[in-house]
Design a protein around this ligand. Structure first.
Ligand SMILES: [Zn+2]
Length: 88
């Protein structure tokens, strides 16, 4: 059975295969597509990144009072988006 997780931005429940796993490493939100990193995790639809930024979902999901850095995640999402386009 595939575990069900909630997207931190839109809050809908989804099979974890449809969501990207994120962890925070030293104040940075890092994509963890292979789910190998330790630490507090959260789940996000790739398409929900901008929504998560608008709603400050990262701070809430990771219970962080500080602003988190999510440039790594943004770069990751952009490059995987470009790859998908090239395949089509
Ligand atoms: Zn979502």
């Amino acid at each position: 059975m595939v575990p069900i997780r909630s997207c931190i931005a839109c809050r809908s429940r989804e099979s974890s295969q449809e969501l990207l796993h994120l962890v925070v490493v030293e104040g940075r939100v890092v994509p963890d597509p292979n789910r190998t990193l330790n630490g507090r995790g959260a789940w996000l639809h790739s398409k929900c990144f901008e929504l998560a930024v608008q709603r400050r979902s990262f701070q809430r999901a990771f219970k962080s009072g500080e602003d988190l850095q999510y440039q790594d995640l943004e770069v990751f999402l952009k490059s995987s988006f470009m790859k998908n386009k090239e395949q089509k």
